[in-house]
Ligand binder design. Structure first.
Ligand SMILES: Cc1ncc(COP(=O)(O)O)c(C=O)c1O
Length: 287
């Protein structure tokens, strides 16, 4: 974490930052979050992240803690205060502080806003070059995965399972044996002829901003993108596989459950899309 954080109106030293013990985010995971990449002091795809934040808040009936425009100002000030040019920011908004009852508080509460910065946030170049492995786990999350909720226990458990099995990520598999998404990433495969397949958005996955952007970038380069569920079997037989997220960019997947995908090294399509995504980050910082 970097030196300064923002907590409910104050820019404070991260080591001194604290939240109320009755914050509903702390007690009920009653809140939402966003992670945005920072490149050359520029917030990558900021407006798309703000749109998704707005959607998450609206779905849970949590009021914005400030105007959307003001959130942009706070973020810019915090980046400056931390001298942060490259890394990521974490934004968390919860329903606020109230005496502990499950239902929404009837007393007047204010949504809590906490922002922290991280000097890391870009993927390791070694992983991008060599590709990573994933393991599959049974889907066990709630039915509103489209909301970017701070309630992440199944995702935490799934990532821990990956770590314990020497993998980079876990991919959740539902009862139909299709892959929904990763613990903190979206899943893709590449079929013969270069067709890209990724699950359509809906309530069973988070609509990743990287996923959204990559569909646009890939189509602009004449890749055919099909949004449909795909099975583990299809993934194992695919030419290539990769995953996407704000902090993983376009990460080639070379192994699933110990089985090699394609030739076992990052394929040309994944590499071309990673290159295109990097260009997008650079161009958007220049704009
Ligand atoms: C469950 C899940 N799916 C997908 C993603 C990728 O989303 P994005 O590309 O916006 O980082 C994330 C990111 O945190 C996630 O938690």
């Amino acid at each position: 974490m970097s030196e300064f954080s923002y907590v409910n109106g104050l820019y404070v030293r991260s080591s001194d930052a604290s939240v109320n013990v009755e914050d509903r985010g702390y007690q009920f995971a009653d809140g939402v979050y966003e992670v945005i990449s920072v490149y050359q002091a520029h917030l990558v795809d900021r407006d798309l992240h703000f749109d998704r934040l707005n959607r998450s808040l609206t779905e849970l009936d949590i009021p914005w803690p400030c105007e959307r425009r003001v959130l942009g100002v706070i973020l810019a000030k915090l980046l400056k205060r931390n001298g942060l040019n490259n890394g990521s920011v974490y934004i968390q908004i919860t329903r606020g502080v109230a005496s502990r009852k499950h239902a929404f508080p009837t007393e007047q509460t204010r949504s809590s806003l906490v922002i922290t910065c991280n000097r890391k946030g870009i993927p390791s170049s070694q992983d991008l070059e060599n590709g990573v492995s994933v393991v599959t786990v049974k889907e066990n999350r709630w039915g509103r995965r489209d909301i970017k909720s701070v309630s992440l226990l199944p995702n935490v458990m799934a990532k821990q399972y990956a770590v314990e099995n020497g993998a980079f990520e876990s991919w959740f598999v539902d009862d139909q044996l299709t892959i929904t998404e990763g613990s903190s990433t979206n899943a893709w495969i590449v079929l013969k002829g270069g067709e890209l397949v990724t699950r359509p958005t809906g309530t069973d996955i988070l609509s990743g901003i990287t996923r959204l952007k990559l569909i646009e970038l890939a189509q602009a380069k004449n890749f055919h993108v099909t949004e449909r569920p795909f099975t583990v079997k299809e993934a194992l037989e695919a030419e290539e596989a990769f995953l996407t997220s704000t902090t993983s960019f376009v990460m080639p997947v070379v192994e699933i459950d110990g089985k090699r995908i394609g030739s076992g090294i990052p394929g040309p399509v994944s590499e071309a899309l990673l290159q295109r995504y990097r260009e997008h980050i650079i161009h958007s910082a220049e704009a």
